[in-house]
Design a protein around this ligand. Structure first.
Ligand SMILES: NC(=O)c1ccc[n+]([C@@H]2O[C@H](COP(=O)([O-])OP(=O)(O)OC[C@H]3O[C@@H](n4cnc5c(N)ncnc54)[C@H](OP(=O)(O)O)[C@@H]3O)[C@@H](O)[C@H]2O)c1
Length: 304
């Protein structure tokens, strides 16, 4: 006798949006090792994920800017991980994209949502794009679907953008004060997101996805000093001086307020303390910042 799709014994169909992005792809790869049922990779350009077919994963067009692809993209999907997009250039666009995705998922009959949010995005956050995440969280709550909000801390990998310049000059200019960030490896965030999706309604709520300890800029500078045998000084600046310094060093104008808002956010103690969420969801301890820096030692030494 044929089983109906929603018979509890049938494995559910799980979808990851943004599957060609760095986190989406890592989440998909991990999901394939822990979920025995159908997996769908949603992306703007399925041709980029042609290799997935060999592993039985369907790549499907899913573009949050394209209503037709949203209606088709969530068809037959039981649970979805919505990966936040990178559409930061045009105010309001990213939130509109995410709202469209949540609405389309609910309309298509998706029964559970996970979402990659940011820490502490409520009104009052100085982070320039916090409203996108807060608005998306609200839309997911309003959908009434069981859900898991994964408030992902800043990636350890983000530091690679600024560290070569810091190491070359020997000065880490910062307006973050003594605030701490529990940086998380992108891969750990992806593994946690995949695990949440695989558990579905078994792991609902709002979770801070962090690395194993919080780090101030002074502590990171000391760690790098020990690792490289070269002194890295911290220059403590206010927001205006940091903005001026970033502009003088050629940071694109659109990024200057973003970076300044990150430092203010950290200085005001708005980044979460470390949690055990990665270990709890994945069964594996998250990568430490020490291990990350050690893995980059050759690159750092060349820059210093
Ligand atoms: N926590 C942090 O430190 C941190 C740092 C950077 C970014 N983020 C956020 O986390 C997300 C994932 O990080 P990442 O490292 O994987 O970034 P990434 O490699 O830059 O990926 C960008 C993502 O945006 C998706 N996207 C862009 N336009 C879209 C659209 N119209 N419809 C649907 N999806 C769209 C892409 O999906 P496809 O290419 O598959 O269509 C891709 O998954 C980012 O998009 C950003 O929102 C967090």
């Amino acid at each position: 006798m044929a089983c109906k799709k929603d018979t509890p014994t049938m494995p559910e169909t799980l979808l990851v949006t943004g599957a060609a992005g760095q986190l989406g792809r890592l989440a998909l790869d991990h999901l394939a090792t822990i979920h025995r049922g159908p997996i769908v990779a949603g992306t703007r350009d399925p041709a980029r994920l042609a290799d997935l077919a060999a592993r039985g994963i369907e790549a499907r067009r899913l573009d949050f800017d394209d209503a037709a692809s949203l209606a088709e993209g969530f068809r037959g999907v039981d649970r979805a991980l919505i990966v936040s997009t990178d559409a930061l250039g045009q105010p309001g666009r990213r939130l509109a994209q995410h709202r469209a995705a949540v609405e389309a998922a609910a309309k298509a009959g998706v029964r559970y949502l996970a979402y990659t949010s940011m820490p502490n995005p409520a009104p009052g956050s100085p982070v320039v794009f916090a409203g996108d995440h807060h608005g998306t969280e609200e839309a997911i709550r309003a959908s009434g679907l069981p859900h898991t909000i994964l408030r992902v801390s800043w990636y350890q990998e983000n530091l690679l953008a600024s560290l070569p310049g810091i190491l070359a000059s020997g000065v880490w200019a910062s307006a973050a004060g003594d605030g701490r960030v529990a940086y998380v490896a992108r891969e750990d965030a992806a593994r946690a997101a995949a695990a949440a999706l695989a558990m579905g309604p078994g792991v609902t709520g709002t979770l801070d996805v962090t690395g194993p300890r919080g780090w101030s800029v002074a502590e990171m500078a000391a760690l790098l000093t020990r690792l490289l045998g070269r002194a890295i000084q911290v220059a403590a600046l206010d927001d205006a001086a940091l903005a001026a310094g970033l502009a003088a060093h050629g940071v694109p104008p659109v990024m200057v307020p973003v970076i300044v808002s990150f430092d203010r956010n950290t200085r005001e103690g708005r980044m979460p303390a470390p949690t055990d969420v990665v270990a709890r969801l994945t069964g594996t301890a998250p990568r430490t910042l020490e291990a990350f820096f050690e893995s980059q030692k050759a690159t750092f030494a060349a820059a210093a």
